[in-house]
Write a protein that binds this ligand. Structure first.
Ligand code: KIV
Ligand code: ZN
Length: 520
């Protein structure tokens, strides 16, 4: 039997630190549910001291997810740790993850502390965290650029203070696979109490080696890998969960290690993370990229048709990418639709399910064949995570080579029907201007990114539009789906504006009502 390696997912903490990503509590909960179905061992749900939203997310996930360890991040200071402990109170298995930097460069320039002071803070932090939970992870930030002997000393003292997990972060993505292996070996040989703790690695991808470094550490016997879905994270991101998992599965002969993941949930989880964060998966991304299982060359196609394993080392089914089937038609009832959506791995509240069903019936009217991919895209388009403040009621655009593009949009805005028209550089621009006139957020909204893709092949394919909108200093991702690309564009923009509107409203209520959370 191969050795079990634990998967610690930090999509909701380090992943959410990706530039321009801002998930609300409901979106984080959806991702956490998907990670639970994927059967990760631990979910790092947030950094509770960082913001009231992070605190609420860790709380909500701790209340909801009971089969997975929930971790909360805290610097090695009491106020962070107490806040993490508070957020984790409802968790069935809660872990405080406390960290302090151990490299000379960080200690001198960032912390302005001596190595002895850092050692003391690490020990005190672990002891203090033990007052909230038995399970305490200690990370030595920038471990790979730290003095190895000092690192070993800090780890030994952290374990003696009660740390149950010892993590080696390659914070700036600096190390190499061979160096990582030697470092892990050194730690195992020079930290006398190391066998009492779970040994973990956490790799960043600045030099494109995060996955290789993580796998190298597995070869040297680490017990846990810290990863994010689609490899999202600070700067170039973190080690990608799907790449580490499928490398271990596909090359179990080489690594002699496995995870308890249900890899058939990978594709679904990846699509959800991409939809909610607004970070696209590139076409050639390993495992989950649109081209990962596509064969273009005639020789390859011929080979695969004769024998799949000639050019495929994994099968698409291993990650849950099943051939698109015709599942439902326009006569399918709500019950059948609900069942299909749930089989596809989505757990939607009634209001979102109802909207997705209505969109499905419209689509089934226009399109002869509605596939699972279409249904998933429709569902993703309805995942606002917030109650809709604005819903689209009517859209009319006029454009063409000799015409000035104009759009008329009617929106139900907080119970009132409001209509506006505008001209623009094109029909999408015109429609967005009309929407801006209707919505008028407290903070001006800026469209930062816009992209359009076809969900399936064929002229009647659904168009899926993704946008990123900034307002009030935050970025909001939006998605919209329709066979009409202008309508998809409008739905995507409204999806983002709904998130922005409800967030700005919450901020206003919080500062007027002072519910106490912000002040703590
Ligand atoms: O990259 C890093 O050092 C981290 C730590 C907080 C574990 O994310
Ligand atoms: Zn990190």
């Amino acid at each position: 039997m191969s050795r079990m390696v634990k998967v610690f997912d930090t999509t909701l903490r380090d992943g959410e630190q990706s530039p321009g990503v801002n998930l609300n509590v409901a979106e984080k909960l959806k991702i956490a549910q998907s990670l639970e179905r994927l059967r990760v061992d631990a979910i790092e749900a947030g950094f509770p001291i960082a913001s009231p939203g992070d605190f609420e997310s860790v709380r909500a996930i701790s209340e909801e997810i009971k089969t997975v360890t929930i971790a909360a991040l805290a610097r090695a200071v009491e106020k962070d740790i107490a806040r993490a402990g508070e957020a984790l109170k409802p968790a069935a298995h809660g872990r405080i993850h406390t960290f302090i930097a151990t490299s000379d460069i960080h200690m001198r320039h960032k912390l302005n502390k001596t190595p002895n002071e850092v050692l003391r803070m690490a020990v005190d932090a672990v002891k203090f965290a033990k007052g909230f939970t038995e399970d305490v992870e200690f990370s030595a930030e920038d471990a790979t650029r730290s003095n190895w002997d000092f690192l070993c000393e800090v780890f030994e003292q952290a374990i003696r203070a009660g740390a149950t997990v010892i993590n080696i972060p390659d914070t700036v993505g600096y190390t190499t696979p061979d160096e990582m292996r030697r470092l892990v070996r050194y730690i195992r040989e020079h930290v006398p109490s190391i066998s009492r703790a779970v040994l973990s690695v956490h790799c960043h991808d600045d030099l494109g080696m995060a996955v290789a470094n993580s796998l190298s550490a597995v070869l040297e016997g680490v017990d846990q890998v810290e990863v994010t879905v689609n490899g999202i994270g600070e700067r170039a991101g973190n080690a990608a969960l799907e790449e580490v998992a499928m490398a271990l599965k596909t090359r179990s002969d080489f690594f002699d290690a496995s995870t308890r993941l249900d890899t058939t949930q990978i594709y679904r989880c990846s699509s959800l993370v991409s939809a909610l964060t607004g970070i696209h998966v590139s076409a050639n991304k390993a495992i989950v990229g649109p081209n990962a299982f596509a064969h273009e060359s005639g020789i390859h196609q011929d080979g695969v048709l004769k024998e799949r394993t000639t050019y495929e080392i994994m099968s698409p089914e291993d990650i849950g990418l099943t051939a698109s089937r015709f599942v439902l038609g326009k006569h399918s009832g709500r019950h059948a639709f609900r069942k299909r959506v749930s089989d596809l791995g989505y757990d939607l509240p009634d209001q979102e399910l109802q909207r997705a069903y209505e969109r499905f019936i419209e689509l089934a009217d226009k399109k002869k064949e509605v596939s699972d991919l279409d249904i998933e895209a429709l569902v993703r388009g309805e995942l606002t995570g917030v109650e809709d403040l604005y819903t689209l009621e009517y859209l009319h655009v006029c454009s063409g080579m000799a015409a000035i593009p104009t759009a008329t949009v009617r929106i139900v805005k907080e119970g009132r029907v409001v209509e506006e028209a505008a001209c623009g550089d094109g029909p999408v621009d015109a429609a967005y201007r009309a929407i801006d006139r209707i919505i008028q957020l407290d903070s001006e909204a800026h469209l930062e990114e816009y992209s359009l893709r076809a969900v399936t092949g064929g002229k009647d394919a659904l168009g899926e539009v993704s946008v990123r909108v900034t307002a009030g200093g935050k970025t909001y991702a939006g998605r919209g789906v329709s066979t009409d690309v202008i309508e998809a564009s409008v739905r995507a923009y409204l999806n983002a504006m709904n998130k922005a509107g409800s967030d700005l409203k919450r901020v206003a209520i919080r500062s007027n009502g002072n519910n106490g959370l912000a002040a703590q």
